[in-house]
Design a protein around this ligand. Structure first.
Ligand SMILES: *Cc1c(COP(=O)(O)O)cnc(C)c1O
Length: 387
């Protein structure tokens, strides 16, 4: 198989009669048929071809094809957003009465699905603590169907041992689903460790420039088939334009990630050297509690650094207000460095007890380290921290 960089650049749709070098955008909602027999056979799935862009589209297929190869998967389906991918994947596979075991540290809206919406359809869940994955087996019931986790987690940057999760899933015949958004397929391939399905919010590092929303699920062929059939009926498909943007973005994913990770490690080391920092968490800092696990399963440490400022909520807000260059925004994985305060923004709906349970303290600040010159990033952080 070709190397990652080559897959990223050279996986491309067949050229049209115009011999274009770069893939064009196929803004078409439907496709035409030769005759009634062609149409019948296409709808009966006797032929593999495009019928309607809610089902498939050439640009979407190119994007899926790249991610499938990058993750070592069999098949995939692309969605309008990361949350459409998370929701459709779970909804396609779960039935009334089923049970999910999930890491407690999941994206805020994923937590919303488990706690607010799935109970409406009689689907229950239990959470395990990221620091106690040995508890997982005690939570598994006869109705448990899915084991779900993110690694690294958002926003705490905790690491879960994917090999351990893979072994538990196999032993209990569970479907292991990993939200691999923070790592991207360049840094980590969960399928190698036993994941059945891998989900990405393509909005983040895959797009990498804060432009479009997108999501994707890749993995086992039979499971993707279920997800495809569900999505074909419910309509969460990715737009061809966004698929085109995302497929182009993947061409530079590896070089962007190399720089993002280099900058993030330097920022993490800088923060660790400060007296104002209570804790600094970055997967490739030796002080990270799961440093060894991170080294085992990740190529580099990612672009997210979490740190706690001495002085709690007030100190955190003051720091964010004083930033001159870094953006105050909710996105992450952008070329521009973004600083967020989860307790007052993305996770503000959680109670204090819930916040503590997912490892978010009031003073936690999340930095999505961008591609500006690292000295300029550090300079901005330094000035904002000065009394
Ligand atoms: C952002 C994010 C999502 C949701 O993605 P959207 O594209 O915003 O819908 C899901 N999981 C993780 C880990 C995320 O960071």
């Amino acid at each position: 198989m070709a190397a990652f960089e080559t897959i990223a650049v050279r996986t491309q749709l067949e050229r049209t009669q115009f011999q274009e070098h770069s893939t064009p955008i196929y803004l078409t909602s439907s496709y035409v048929f030769e005759d009634s027999e062609d149409m019948r056979a296409s709808f009966a799935e006797e032929k593999e071809r495009n019928i309607y862009s809610r089902y498939s589209n050439p640009n979407t297929s190119e994007f899926i094809d790249k991610v499938v190869q990058m993750e070592g998967a069999e098949d995939g389906f692309a969605f309008a957003t990361g949350m459409a991918a998370v929701f459709s994947t779970l909804a396609a596979l779960l039935e009334s009465g089923d049970h999910v075991v999930s890491s407690r540290s999941v994206f805020g809206s994923t937590h919303g699905l488990f706690t607010k919406y799935f109970p409406k359809w009689n689907i229950s869940h239990d959470y395990f603590d990221v620091n106690a994955p040995e508890d997982i087996e005690s939570l598994i019931k006869p109705e448990t169907k899915i084991l779900f986790a993110e690694s690294p987690t958002n926003p705490g940057v905790d690491i879960l041992d994917l090999e351990l999760l893979g072994n538990v899933a196999r032993k209990h015949d569970l479907i292991l689903i990993i939200d691999n958004c923070f790592a991207t397929p360049y840094l980590q391939n969960p399928i190698k460790f036993g994941a059945d399905l891998v989900i990405h919010s393509a909005t983040k590092l895959m797009d990498g420039q804060g432009r479009v929303l997108g999501g994707i699920t890749v993995g086992n062929h039979e499971l993707i088939r279920e997800i495809y059939l569900f999505s074909r009926n419910t309509g969460p498909a990715l737009s061809p334009f966004n698929a085109w943007v995302l497929s182009k973005s993947l061409e530079t994913l590896s070089i962007r990630l190399e720089k993002h990770c280099e900058n993030a490690l330097k920022v993490a080391e800088f923060l660790e050297s400060l007296p104002q920092a209570e804790t600094v968490k970055y997967p490739f800092l030796k002080s990270h509690p799961q440093y060894e696990v991170a080294k085992k399963q990740m190529r580099l440490g990612g672009n997210i650094v979490a740190f706690q400022i001495k002085g709690g909520l007030e100190a955190g807000r003051k720091f964010i207000d004083r930033l001159q260059m870094c953006s105050r925004s909710a996105n992450l994985g952008d070329t521009r460095t973004i600083v967020t305060h989860p307790a007052s923004t993305t996770h503000s709906k959680l109670s204090e007890v819930e916040l503590e349970a997912v490892g978010i303290s009031e003073s936690l600040v999340r930095i999505s380290v961008g591609l500006e010159h690292v000295e300029d990033i550090i300079d901005d952080l330094k000035k904002a921290l000065q009394e």
